[in-house]
Ligand binder design. Structure first.
Ligand code: SF4
Length: 211
């Protein structure tokens, strides 16, 4: 632990080496979160098999403190979207995302979750989960191998390493608003589109200045 946390710019007397670690608040705060990311236990399609494999003994997610897959979004830090995101499934995905407490992260695992994959433009498929929820890390592949998923998780750890307690969104005064749940009718309806089109109509109705 001391090797990871010691600030190399501040010398520690030899007699105290091994007993004292000098670090910054950001570093220890990030170290705690990056070493205990609990993924939510859910999968959508074939990519999920690779995710399950990653959690098994050969690849051993517990090396990263991530082996505790939670069955409840309220106890999870990371949503791994592993598989094809269908229009029928996206309302549930957004609802689960909203139920996760901050700090929370999202990983798009595989071509389907990242952009629709082989089913892009399919009548029933969302062309990327990032159309609805913010994605932190994309893992390419169809399916990505367990090694690729581990690489994505390490990339996420590096992203966390660079965060600062001073500007992370979950300590801002403004509450983070929940993402409106898409509605599945004859086709998928994103409630945010109404707000966008109402704002566009309002802008179009404004009188044109002749100055
Ligand atoms: S990216 Fe490939 S392996 Fe993953 S869910 Fe889509 S089709 Fe299946």
């Amino acid at each position: 632990m001391s090797d990871e946390l010691n600030n190399p710019d501040i010398p520690i007397p030899e007699v105290l080496a091994g007993s004292i670690a000098i670090t910054t608040l950001d570093k220890i705060y990030n170290w705690g979160r990056r070493s205990s990311i609990w993924p939510m236990m859910f999968g959508l399609a074939c990519c999920a098999i690779e995710m399950i494999c990653t959690a098994a003994s050969r690849y051993d997610l517990s090396r990263f403190g991530m082996e505790v897959m939670r069955a409840s979004p309220r106890q999870a830090d990371l949503m791994i979207v592993s598989g094809t995101v269908t229009k029928k499934m996206i309302p549930q995905i957004v609802r689960l995302y909203n139920q996760m407490p901050e700090p929370k992260y999202v990983m798009a695992m595989g071509a389907c979750a990242s952009g629709g994959g082989p089913f892009k433009e399919g009548y029933n498929v969302v062309a990327g989960v990032d159309k609805f929820i913010p994605v932190d890390v994309y893992v390419p592949g169809c399916p990505p191998t367990p090694q690729a998923l581990l690489h994505g998780l390490i990339a996420m750890q590096k992203m966390i390493d660079n965060q600062s307690i001073l500007d992370v969104k979950w300590y801002k005064r403004e509450a983070t608003e929940a993402i409106p749940i898409p509605i599945l009718g004859p086709d998928l309806i994103d409630p945010r589109d109404y707000v966008r089109s109402a704002a566009a109509e309002e802008k179009a109705a404004e009188p044109i200045s002749t100055d």
